[in-house]
Ligand binder design. Sequence first.
Ligand code: F6P
Length: 359
Amino acid sequence: KKRIGILTSGGDCPGLNCVIRAVVSHATLTYDWEVVGIPYATQGLLERQAIALSVHGWDLRGIDPLLNMGGTILGTINKGDTLARASEMIAGYAELKLDALIAIGGDGSMNIIHQLATLGNWNLITIPKTIDNDVALTERAIGFDTAVNTIVDALNRLTFTAASHDRVMIVEVMGRTAGHLALHSGIAGGADVILIPEVTYTIPGLCQHLDELRNTWRRKFAIVVVAEGISPCVADFGNSCGLELNNKSPSLKCGMGQYIADQITQCTNHEVDTRVSVLGHIQRGGIPSALDRLTATVFGKAAVDLIAQEKYDQMVAWQNGQVVSVPIADVVAKSPSPVDPGSYLIHSARALGTYVGEW
Ligand code: F6P
C-alpha cells in the first residue's frame, strides 16, 4: 500500500482543488492508497506537515465542494520555493514516509521541485497549472481557461461603458512574459487591439488603427487589451509614468496599461478619452470553468496511474487531444513557452481587423 503526497506550488488558480479531488478519489478507490496533503508547497516538507485527505470526507452532508472551489485547500507559496534549504526538504520527504509526490505547479516551481527530486531521489510526478499557459510541451494548463473566461466577462462589461462614453478602454491583463492570456481573451472578447510581448508594436501603428476605427468606420469607442509583459517603445519617452533609462533598458513606474493609455492620449492630441482597468488578481479567482474541471480530473487520474506504473520524473500533459506524459527535464528546459508570432490565432485576429502589433 502506497502513501503519496500532494502539494500545490506557485501562484494559485481555479481548478487546483479539482486536481486534489481527482487524485484522492482515484488513489483511494482504485488503488486503496493513502493520500496526504503537504501544506504551502515545500514549506510543508520543511515543517514535516502532512494532512490526511480522504474521499467523500470533505463536507458533513457529503457534498463535494472541491469541484467548484477556487484557490487551493492546501495553501501555496510563489516566492519561497528555493534550493536554499534543499537538504531539509529532502529529509522531509523521507520523514513523512512518502512513496511518491504529486506536485501541481507552473514552470518555476516545477524547476525547483524537479531539482529537489533529483537530489533526493524522490518519485515525482508533476501536473501543469498556470493562468499564463506558458508551460512547455502541454497545450493546456489548469487555470488558464477560467482566467480567459474571467477576462472575457470583464471585456463584455467594459465594452458597454466604453461605447456609452465614446472612450478607449485599456485593459491590462496578467501573463508574466507570455501573451497567451491576452491573445485568447482579446480574440474571444472582440478587442480592437491586442498587444503581447511576443509581437513588436509601434505607437504610430496603434494610433493609426484607432484613427481608422474612429474616422473610417465611425466607431467611437475601442477596447485595447495589453499584456502586462509588453515592453515600452524606446522612442516614446513623453509619458506621465516617468519612463526612465535604467541600465540602458527603459523601466516604468506604472503598469503597461497606463503607459499605452498615455501614448494614445498624446498621439490623438488629447482628443480621445482613455480609461485603464488593471484586472489583477481577479484573474486568479473564481469558480473553475467546465474545461478546467475536466482537465484537472483527467490530469489527476493520469498522475496516479503513472505512480502505479512507477514511471517517475514525468509531467502529465495534453497533446493533440490526448493525455500523455513528458519528462519534467524537457518541460523545464523549454519553459516558459511563448506565443508563436506566426500562430493561426494572430492571423485570425488580424483578418478580422484587430491590431496585433507591427507596421
Ligand atoms: O504566474 C501567474 C501570475 O498570476 C502572473 O500572471 C502574474 O504576473 C503573477 O502570477 C502575479 O504574482 P503574485 O501573485 O506574486 O502577485
